[in-house]
Design a protein around this ligand. Structure first.
Ligand code: GFB
Length: 315
């Protein structure tokens, strides 16, 4: 086990973005830590408004910040709402990171995304692949904002000595995900489609693209555990990958989701929808060297997510 270098005990920890899937999982994970978790609703502090953020942070003085707040979405949302994905995320990162510096935050972790890497990056993608080639066009707006976030953490570390770090997770899924088909990522989208088809007695579900792209999926409670581990054990200017190190095709994922849901119909591919990046597999050697590896198998995580979704549908 890696020796802890940063202790959360007794510290005031702000989970920015607590209402989102990752923020909520982090709050669950931090329940078992001896720290004070604070959150603030969007109606009280809009993180895109600099004055709101500075005033709230100066008043509440968190010692530690997990910056998970972001405008996020699946491939279609990224492709059709470029201004939201670029502006919202740049504003949130700039405001929170600068206010963390001015209010004396001891440590901040920015959550990014594996889409920061070039579309044609060698697989699995190491941290060094950043800015080595052109981005995937469907999500370059979000990627540029997250790259700017990494650079903000580096810049405040270099110029002001701030212990600000950045973690780049692979595609995440789990309880609390967005199941709205216009905004969702592939896991909740296919789960909702399969569930609806099973309920309606439909013969097939529609899968976007060709089914051939490969993706890596990490269960959100594993991700939250990894982020706490990284907060404790990592302090470096270079960002760090967070994933499982294993991927599968969208076709294989769709079949697994149909099995979990109990839908026995067919999958029909809609080639008019984008595939996005052909492959996005992270090299997780650095994280493994810190003593963390994922523990929830994909099928187990999908079953837990489906249980959560069914409970929401029934509510
Ligand atoms: O999860 P997803 O939207 O995100 O799509 P990305 C992954 C793959 O699943 C793509 C296919 O090849 C989609 O075409 N897919 C098949 C579907 N059926 C569906 C469906 O019904 N809904 C969705 N959403 N996809 C996002 C980025 O990329 O991943 C973000 O746009 C971010 O910036 C996020 O990085 C993690 O992996 O393609």
């Amino acid at each position: 086990m890696t020796e802890a270098v940063f202790d959360l005990s007794g510290r005031r920890v702000w989970v920015a973005g607590h209402a989102g899937m990752v923020g909520a999982a982090l709050c669950r994970r931090l329940d078992s830590e001896d720290c004070e978790v604070i959150t603030v609703d969007r109606a009280t502090v809009d993180l895109r408004r600099q004055a709101d953020v500075e005033a709230w942070m100066a008043e509440t003085r968190p010692a530690v910040v997990f910056l998970t707040a972001a405008t996020v979405g699946g491939i279609l949302a990224n492709d059709t709402r470029p201004a939201d994905f670029l502006y919202d995320n740049l504003a949130i990162e700039a405001n929170v990171i600068h206010a963390a510096y001015t209010s004396g935050v001891e440590k901040l972790l920015l959550l990014g995304s594996s889409c920061i890497y070039p579309r044609e990056a060698p697989q699995p993608m190491t941290e060094d692949a950043l800015l080595s080639g052109a981005l995937e066009p469907t999500n370059e707006w979000y990627a540029v904002a997250k790259i700017a976030g990494i650079k903000l953490c580096q810049a405040y570390r270099r110029q002001h000595g701030c212990d600000f770090i950045a973690a780049m997770p692979t595609n995440l899924y789990g309880p609390g995900d967005t199941f709205d088909l216009a905004a969702s990522h592939v896991v909740p989208a296919l789960m909702a489609k399969a569930h609806q088809a099973k309920t309606d007695g439909a013969l097939e579900i529609e899968i976007w693209g060709s089914g051939t792209p490969r993706r890596e999926f990490l269960f959100v409670d594993d991700a939250a555990d990894a982020l706490v581990h990284v907060m404790r054990c990592y302090s470096n200017e270079q960002h760090i990958n967070v994933g499982t190190g294993e991927d599968l095709t969208i076709d294989a994922l769709a079949k697994m989701i149909c099995e979990v849901v109990g839908f026995e119909g067919d999958c029909r591919y809609d080639a008019s929808k984008p595939d996005g990046t052909p492959r996005k597999l992270l090299d997780v050697s650095r994280l493994a060297a810190l003593g963390w590896t994922a523990s929830t198998p994909l099928r187990t995580g999908l079953a837990q997510t489906y249980d959560w979704y069914k409970a929401q549908c029934a509510a």
